[in-house]
Write a protein of this length. Structure first.
Length: 246
């Protein structure tokens, strides 16, 4: 194992750890929005403590007594669960925020469609009322048309405004559907509810994220020891690098 690969492993572990910690802290501040700064500071300290504890536990497992092993293992496990909960909370909030806006937009579109139907029915009724007057009664037809003209103009204005609102809401709907499009396609593919599919995907994401970050940190430590001591197999401490005589 060469040093270049160990460096890549270390950078990857750092990126995964930092990204996971960032989203976890953001998610926890959403869950405990009453004191976001305090929760963020506490979560950040616990994230650092988790990685240090896991590395210490891995490197000194045979030297520690049973109480320390049990407590540190329990602490790391609980902190991994908290991190996962924070990531889950943030991703759920992000999806539900877009999903909620999409649902509200669809409700407004349904209302505008029903309003458009009401306006069209009223326009048809007015036109029918005019058509019922025989063509021989031109004076009466003109009088009725003059009488209904303000109402007709109002209906036309309402129809135009309704069409503009419908256009804007349709553009919003398309934008929101684009944001959660992959989830919608997966839901249609498996024939399940969109919210359930999103929840399952988030759970899979969370299951992999933080455990992978911890494992990569431990793997980096192990890989570095093998570079220092090529004969290191995890069963004995790595030998210190040889000192060259002056």
């Amino acid at each position: 194992m060469n040093k270049a690969f160990v460096l890549v492993l270390a950078v990857t572990a750092a990126i995964i750890s930092i990204v996971g910690a960032t989203f976890s802290i953001m998610g926890l501040t959403k869950l405990f929005s009453g004191a976001p700064i305090a929760v963020g500071v506490m979560a950040g300290a616990l994230e650092l403590a988790k990685m240090v504890s896991a590395s210490f536990l891995h490197g000194n497992w045979k030297k520690l007594n049973m109480v320390m092993k049990l407590y540190l293992s329990f602490a790391v496990g609980v902190l991994m669960a908290i991190t996962s909960m924070g990531i889950f909370g943030y991703l759920s909030w992000a999806f539900q925020n877009t999903s909620r806006e999409l649902k509200e937009t669809l409700i407004r579109i349904d209302y505008l469609q029903s309003e458009a139907k009401r306006i069209k029915d009223e326009q048809d009724r007015v036109q029918k009322e005019l058509d019922q007057i025989p063509s021989s009664r031109i004076t009466r037809r003109m009088e009725l048309q003059k009488e209904l003209e303000p109402h007709i103009q109002q209906l036309n204005k309402q129809s135009t405004e309704n069409q503009m609102k419908m256009r804007n809401e349709t553009l919003k709907k398309n934008s929101f559907q684009t944001e959660i499009g992959p989830v919608i396609y997966v839901a249609e593919l498996v024939g399940a509810n969109t919210d359930k599919v999103a929840t399952y995907l988030i759970i899979l994401f969370v299951i992999v994220f933080d455990p992978l970050a911890v494992c990569l940190v431990l793997a980096t430590g192990f890989a570095w020891r093998t570079v220092v001591d090529p004969h290191y197999d995890g069963s004995k401490p790595a030998a210190p690098p040889a000192k060259h005589a002056a």
